[in-house]
Design a protein around this ligand. Structure first.
Ligand SMILES: *Cc1c(COP(=O)(O)O)cnc(C)c1O
Length: 425
């Protein structure tokens, strides 16, 4: 299978000093308003550099392997590759993507506890040795297909969000580890380490404390003050253990903004739609609005199905500060009742054709093959501020592909469609 990077045709707008992300969004809103009002992403690749600096400041001894499934869009992979970090891939197609960028096999880990034999063979053929494993059947499969693999035992973690339950899908219980290690010895496959996965949405220090004392590191900045001292205790430098992490959302979430268009609108009166707490403030004749957008959980909001999503979008059009606000709910375009993006929020009255801007949308569907055939992927426009670009050059972080893809965006962005920003290259 070919990685799509080979025929990727992307460019990165380099913003003149004075031009902002807001200007870029304004420009594309204008352009798409004229050409069918498709949803679109704007990705600020400079944010990835900032995240990497932050990582180096706080988590320096822990080598990051970026979880490709979070966002495999070409601009993201290219920048992260230039930064020299590793990649955690969950499938052959993800491995191919990063191999096409010239990433060395020792900087790739195959991190899927349930792998297809053919994909294990592919890893073996291309020299990807580090992979994860959490059961005996998988050990046997690996022994047959990649005898020189170096395995990380994937141990289960608690999932605090779901009460006291363990994260059941993947991971072995600590008490089964001895048995698995004995099996590995018999099969002559090498276990070189331990791994666990805690979703970055988990902010419970207790879960990390438990997981690290069971094994080793994970990375979330929000609980870093818990993690770093623990690593010092359990895995001090002299222990000779290398600690790595698989950050995903951490790198990409904040870098992408999604603009969606309102395609339908309904005013409703049913009390059941009243947001809790609003009963007293609302007069009976005040409408409640339901807005339908041209992207939803079967598209760019897919991660909304599994995670809490509390983002209230920004209204793109200008409105007066004293404009009345109405209880509103936001829905995706499918007929599915699950396709609700925001349950209730206060917004000025919007019209069909207006745009809403969602921040922090960098992790989820970007770059992946869509599971739903009729979902048209929103186009992605990359940008970077001149300062970030300069910093990147200064630090020697670059690649030929990256350089080829930059184009310059003047600070007074032209708003006429013929002369638009995307063709300014
Ligand atoms: C998705 C994934 C990650 C990244 O998770 P985040 O919550 O985005 O940080 C790390 N490791 C594995 C194995 C994953 O599947």
């Amino acid at each position: 299978m070919k990685g799509f990077l080979e025929d990727a045709n992307y460019s990165i707008g380099l913003l003149d000093e004075g031009a902002t992300l807001g200007d870029v969004i304004d420009n594309y809103v204008y352009e798409h308003t004229l050409t069918g009002k498709k949803a679109f992403f704007v990705g600020d690749l400079g944010k990835l550099l900032k995240k990497h600096h932050q990582w180096q400041n706080v988590m320096a001894p822990v080598k990051p392997f970026y979880a490709v499934k979070c966002n495999s869009s070409p601009g993201v992979l290219e920048i992260l590759a230039a930064l020299g970090i590793g990649f955690a891939c969950s499938s052959k197609s993800e491995m191919t993507l990063v191999q096409d960028l010239g990433i060395a096999p020792e900087n790739i880990i195959y991190t899927n506890p349930c792998k297809q034999a053919s994909q294990i063979k592919y890893a073996a053929k291309t020299g990807v040795n580090i992979m994860t494993c959490d059961n005996e059947g998988e050990l046997k499969k690996i022994a047959r297909n990649h005898p020189s693999a170096k395995l990380l035992l994937h141990i289960a973690t608690e999932d605090i969000s779901g009460a006291e339950e363990m994260n059941m899908k993947f991971g072995t219980m600590l008490k089964s580890c001895r048995h698995l290690m004995e099996c590995a010895k018999e099969l002559e496959v090498q276990i070189v380490g331990v791994k666990f996965h805690i979703s970055s949405s988990c902010k419970e220090p207790q879960v990390y404390i438990h997981a690290i004392s069971d094994a080793r590191c994970v990375f979330d900045m929000a609980v870093n003050h818990v993690i770093s001292p623990l690593l010092d205790v359990y895995f001090p430098e002299e222990s000779g253990v290398n600690v790595i992490a698989e950050p995903g959302c951490y790198y990409v979430s904040s870098a992408f903004t999604l603009a969606v268009n309102i395609i339908a609108k309904k005013a409703v009166e049913y009390d059941k739609f009243l947001p809790s707490g609003m009963e007293q403030t609302r007069s009976d004749d005040e409408p409640i609005f339901m807005y339908y957008m041209n992207d939803g959980v079967y598209g760019s909001f897919a991660s909304k199905l599994s995670e809490k999503f509390n983002t209230i979008p920004e209204v793109h059009k200008k409105y007066k500060e004293d404009e009345p606000l109405f209880a509103s709910s936001l829905w995706g375009p499918s007929c599915d009742e699950l396709d609700q993006i925001v349950g209730n929020c206060l917004l000025p009255e919007l019209s069909v054709g207006d745009w809403l801007i969602f921040d922090n949308m960098g992790s989820g569907t970007l770059g992946q093959q869509s599971a739903f055939n009729d979902f048209q992927r929103p186009p992605v426009y990359y940008m970077m501020s001149f300062n970030d670009w300069y910093e990147m050059q200064d630090a020697g972080i670059t690649s030929d592909t990256l350089m080829k893809n930059f184009f310059f965006v003047p600070s007074c962005i032209q708003l006429s469609p013929e002369d638009s920003f995307s063709t300014a290259a």
